[in-house]
Design a protein around this ligand. Structure first.
Ligand SMILES: Cc1cn([C@H]2C[C@H](O)[C@@H](COP(=O)(O)OP(=O)(O)OP(=O)(O)O)O2)c(=O)[nH]c1=O
Length: 192
């Protein structure tokens, strides 16, 4: 049986892959992310996913390794994780009352060195948020380890009016696409 490794320290990614019924080990990737917005949304997320995955794959050449990167985009501008609560507040103010895109790039590297890259894209519409709502949200949740300063799984109803696309993808991993890609490289995965 081929070993699967999730190259991620994100508890959300772990939860999503577990709920898909997969067995895997976790190895947190030491790779540094790049922030070059001129690459464009999809290339930037997929390239970050590839860097994270490749850094683990070289150490585990017999395994199938998967890694991912989630970014929030306002137009062409990527929002990563806020550095502090003030930046988190500024991000939520900017997301208020509008639509943004959440892109999760993922990469799978197999024992043959083959690289598969793909991504999920979800449009998220926020309610109009007043200052009191933003403050309450930031008090209730932990925004600093999340792209765009929010977690849709974390009191998301306080912020999110609607989404167009996959919820899992916003949370950190487009599970259906990942399962499809894993099947494509020959991992025995049963339908959900
Ligand atoms: C938009 C959004 C992001 N997130 C999280 C998912 C990711 O953990 C995080 C984006 O940061 P990432 O850099 O994609 O991932 P990470 O640093 O947490 O973990 P690793 O690089 O080891 O895989 O934001 C949510 O949990 N909910 C959301 O609604």
């Amino acid at each position: 049986m081929m070993k699967l490794i999730l190259a991620s320290g994100s508890p959300r990614r772990r939860e999503l892959l577990e709920s898909a019924g997969l067995e895997f080990d976790i190895v947190v990737s030491p790779a540094e992310e790049i922030h070059d917005a001129t690459l464009g949304m999809i290339t930037l997320c997929e390239e970050n996913a590839r860097l994270k995955t490749a850094a683990v794959a070289v150490e585990h050449p017999d395994a199938v390794v998967i890694g991912a990167d989630t970014l929030v985009f306002i137009g062409d501008e990527p929002l990563g994780k806020p550095k502090n609560m003030e930046e988190a507040q500024r991000m939520l103010r900017r997301l208020s009352g509008r639509v943004h895109q959440v892109c999760t790039g993922f990469c799978i590297i197999g024992p043959d060195g083959g690289v598969v890259k793909s991504h999920g894209l979800t449009a998220v519409t926020f309610h109009e948020l007043d200052e009191a709502r933003i403050e309450e949200y930031l008090r209730k949740t932990q925004p600093l380890d999340k792209a765009g300063a929010y977690g849709i799984q974390d009191h998301g109803e306080m912020l999110v009016k609607c989404i167009d696309g996959s919820f899992d993808n916003v949370m950190g991993l487009p599970v259906d696409l990942v399962l499809h890609a894993l099947r494509g490289i020959g991992l025995p995965i049963h339908a959900r």
